[in-house]
Ligand binder design. Structure first.
Ligand SMILES: [Zn+2]
Ligand SMILES: [Zn+2]
Length: 269
């Protein structure tokens, strides 16, 4: 079914060990949905880890094949396919990430926080850890890390901005001032935030970020783009109508596209 003419910059492939479909299947799905572009952004190898969990990210040994595969698709679909990665923000091994990213010919990098001091807080296998923690502290720690990630300069797009709510855990304190502080940091750092529709299909049942956070981002002038975080080809461009409606409600009139000359703002469809 055709959807809105928007780009989807956040898709994964079977190389990461927890998604289904090859890059070409995602490209075909994006064409079928009538998207304006598709970015393949698989999980960057966890290069700091000598024995990484094979279900979290593509193995380092597959990185060259990934680049070649998506490069061939770019050549086949000029201007339609982009190559990116989703990189973890891991403060303890930032230099390893920076060194790896520095030598990759990428169109963009999504930076995401999936770990709080080694705790994979968005992983269903470790969800019981939430019961042992203060949610206010978890939120504050997470938001600080996202701001730190943005300020590294390594990332163009910040992934699923309020991922910490994935399983429905909420802070009890009002986090408005923390979100405002983060929005100011994001704006200063010059990063774009993705409106990520995967949260709609998670226990929380909301877009990342939620409408109140999106409103704060809009107020601070943080640029916005779109991602489905698809882990199967059918999810490419999914729920982008809801994402555009949420962006408009938050006061946005434009979104960011990545072209040959870099990032540029376009009117929302
Ligand atoms: Zn994933
Ligand atoms: Zn992610």
């Amino acid at each position: 079914m055709p959807g809105l003419r928007l780009p989807d910059y956040h898709t994964h492939t079977e190389r990461c060990g927890h998604a289904r479909g090859r890059a070409e299947d995602y490209v075909a799905a994006a064409r079928a949905r009538g998207l304006s572009a598709v970015g393949i952004a698989d999980h960057l190898p966890l290069a700091h880890d000598p024995d990484p969990d094979p279900t979290l990210a593509m193995p380092l040994a597959e990185l060259d094949a990934y680049l070649a595969e998506v490069d061939a698709l770019k050549a086949e679909h000029p201007g339609f396919v982009l190559i990116g990665v989703e990189a973890d923000y891991l403060p303890a091994s930032l230099e390893v990430t920076a060194e790896l990213l520095g030598r990759l010919p990428l169109d963009y990098v999504i930076g995401s926080v999936h770990f709080l001091d080694g705790w994979g807080f968005d992983d269903p296998r470790y969800v019981e850890e939430y019961e042992r923690r203060s949610m206010d502290e978890v939120y504050r720690q997470y938001l600080r890390l996202v701001g730190d990630a943005a300020e590294t300069g390594l990332f163009d797009i910040i992934g699923h901005l309020d991922l910490v709510k994935k399983f429905g855990h909420r802070a009890s304190a009002d986090m408005t001032s923390e979100w405002e502080e983060l929005a100011a940091r994001l704006k200063r750092a010059g990063v774009t935030v993705e409106l990520n529709t995967a949260g709609l299909r998670k226990p929380v049942g909301e877009l990342y970020p939620a409408p109140d956070v999106l409103q704060i981002l809009g107020r601070f002038g943080v640029p916005l783009t779109f991602g489905s975080d698809a882990h199967c080809p059918e999810a490419v461009g999914r729920d982008f109508d809801q994402a555009v409606a949420a962006a408009r409600t938050a006061g946005y009139r434009t979104y960011v596209e990545i072209g040959p000359e870099g990032f540029s703002e376009h009117p929302l469809p």
